[in-house]
Unconditional design. Structure first.
Length: 572
């Protein structure tokens, strides 16, 4: 633990802790050209755009807070932030905490009606953006919500007073129960929901990260509108005085060079980010850095292992979400793909979602194959954690769904082994029923991910032409320069001792995996497109038959069989 005064219960209080700290607080990296505090060109055209001490960061936040308090308008004091990872994004976040306002983290990949829906649903009084975002906001019907363009390095509109730090205080200093931010979920299972984060929850998240110190440099390339960057980079740095090295947007080719330039000791990623970094050409400088650990939830075991072998960096996955009610922490010696165990005092279980009965522990055969998947896999719930869930903004139906039976329902599937270690089995919408067997997608994806040419795999259900059961389809993304050989794939499947008889995909699509703003695989377009794609598709027309190319003639015949049996090939 870092020694210090009693820990404050608000982000406003955390800023007070940093207000007198003249140590390094923020480094902007990846900017072309030398910034106002430029330190010169390093390695090609990548430069540091600026440096701010923590004292300067808080002063900038106070100036933004004073400007925010001057804005007219009625209703909730909600400030939409539609920016990439610029210093202005942080100054606005912290300035809102000083002004008693609430930041709404807007996803910069959203467009048109979807973007407008996010702004209007969260009652934004104003949306602040940079030059890159203003055109996208202009194209969305915000129904009169004003858009203000601010400068990247001040967070203030051009021409606004910024020569002296503001000494104004908020009209009413926020307390632990006051709202600090609204964070949108990824929307992988429906429309994104705005998760409430109070000052108290943010401060508790910060307090739990005190293993960092003022000597650490935390590299952040994940978007600031997402909980990963907030909880793993921003709040820990604000609590401990560690330095934030902030990149405007993720770059696989600059990821490790950035860590080297900034002296980073820690980074966070999510989704497929590590696989993109691993796809860059190896260099003699791959181990020339100070990074000791990385946070990489949803990364594959193969990528975790490859990062350690190539870069000498230990990554851990763990488990959390935007709602942050259930937290599972890694366990030394556990299987690489495991999520970990619950925090002390947390009653977390895997239950049958229909009955609420706890599922039996997972059992494995001598080859490590999960032999009781149908009974062991259920939904991960927190039976004494519902109070940790602070709810969604103006969405009582979603609140009720999350908190039925007085428990917190995560929406994630999992199973628990005999040692009490939790394993991920996919989202609740990732269940399949093939030949009357129910199973989850994630265990199948882990097996298919061993296929030598593959760098990513997604498994999902498509309709069967005869029955109400599903057929399994897998999309496989290949490494650069690799080709898909259907015979090699069939031989690979035959050699997997833990592959159930029903776990071989009937259809295999070969192409790039779609990802969202945080590099998480987005299966929604794959489920919709199915066979109607320009990507190569292979299939087994019947059990035991070899894989072969799925042709237009095959598609026509399949659609005819659907019609013959009164089935809809486009049903969900």
């Amino acid at each position: 633990m870092t020694p210090g005064p009693p820990f404050p219960g608000t982000v406003d209080g955390l800023l007070d802790l940093r207000a007198g700290d003249g140590s390094a607080g923020l480094i902007e990296v990846g900017t072309v050209g030398v910034g106002t505090a430029g330190v010169g060109t390093v390695e090609g055209d990548a430069t540091f755009g600026g440096r701010w001490t923590w004292r300067e960061v808080v002063e900038a936040a106070d100036r933004v807070g004073a400007w925010l308090r001057s804005l007219p308008g009625d209703g909730p004091f909600h400030v939409g932030v539609f920016m990439e990872n610029t210093p202005a994004h942080l100054f606005t976040m912290f300035g809102a905490a000083r002004a008693g306002a609430v930041v709404v983290g807007l996803n910069t990949t959203r467009r048109g009606a979807e973007l407008a829906r996010d702004v209007l649903h969260t009652d934004c009084r104003v949306v602040v953006t940079d030059g890159a975002g203003v055109g996208l906001l202009d194209a969305a019907d915000l129904q009169g919500v004003p858009v203000v363009v601010v400068e990247d390095r001040t967070g203030l509109p051009a021409g606004a007073a910024s020569d002296e730090p503001s000494v104004q205080r908020p009209w009413a200093r926020p307390g632990p129960e006051d709202l600090f931010m609204l964070l949108f979920t990824s929307g992988s299972t429906g429309a994104p929901k705005a998760v409430r984060m109070t000052h108290g929850r943010a401060a508790r998240m910060a307090e739990g990260s005190r293993w960092f110190s003022g000597d650490d440099v935390l590299y952040g390339a994940m978007p600031l509108f997402h909980g990963n960057a907030l909880n793993a980079i921003v709040l820990p740095a604000l609590a401990t005085g560690a330095t934030i090295a902030l990149r405007r947007r993720f770059s696989a080719s600059e990821f490790v060079p950035d860590c080297r330039r900034t002296g980073a000791t820690f980074f966070s990623t999510v989704g497929r980010a590590l696989s993109y970094v691993l796809a860059t050409p190896p260099t003699a400088a791959d181990r020339d850095h100070r990074v000791a650990y990385g946070l990489a939830p949803e990364s594959s075991p193969a990528d975790i292992r490859a990062v350690r072998e190539r870069f000498g960096i230990t990554c851990f996955t763990g488990y959390g979400s935007s709602e942050n009610a259930i937290i599972l922490t890694p366990v030394p010696g556990a299987p690489r793909e495991a999520l970990g165990r619950p925090q002390e005092g947390a009653d977390v279980a895997v239950v049958d979602p229909d009955t609420g009965v706890e599922c039996p522990r997972a059992r494995f055969d001598a080859d490590g194959r999960l032999v009781n998947a149908e009974e062991a896999i259920g939904e991960i719930v927190g039976r004494n954690l519902v109070d940790r869930f602070e709810g969604y903004y103006e969405n009582p139906e979603a609140d009720a769904e999350r908190t039925r039976r007085g428990w917190y329902w995560s929406g994630d599937l999992g199973y628990v082994d005999e040692d009490g270690i939790f394993h991920f089995a996919g989202r609740s919408g990732d269940r399949l029923r093939v030949d009357s067997e129910n199973f989850a997608a994630a265990p199948v994806e882990r097996i298919l991910g061993r296929f030598r040419p593959a760098v990513g795999v997604a498994v999902y259900a498509v309709p069967d032409e005869r029955t109400a059961d599903d057929q399994m389809m897998a999309t496989i993304e290949l490494a650069a320069g690799e080709d898909f050989d259907p015979d090699e794939f069939a031989d690979f499947l035959a050699g997997q001792p833990d592959l159930s008889a029903h776990w071989a995909p009937r259809y295999v699509r070969v192409g790039a995996l779609p990802v969202g703003a945080t590099n998480k695989i987005d299966k929604r377009p794959l489920r919709v497109e199915r066979w109607w794609t320009e990507d190569p598709v292979y299939w087994r027309p019947g059990r035991g038959e070899p894989y072969r190319r799925f042709t237009r003639a095959d598609l026509a015949a399949l659609e005819e069989r659907f019609a013959t049996h009164g089935r809809d090939p486009r049903r969900p």
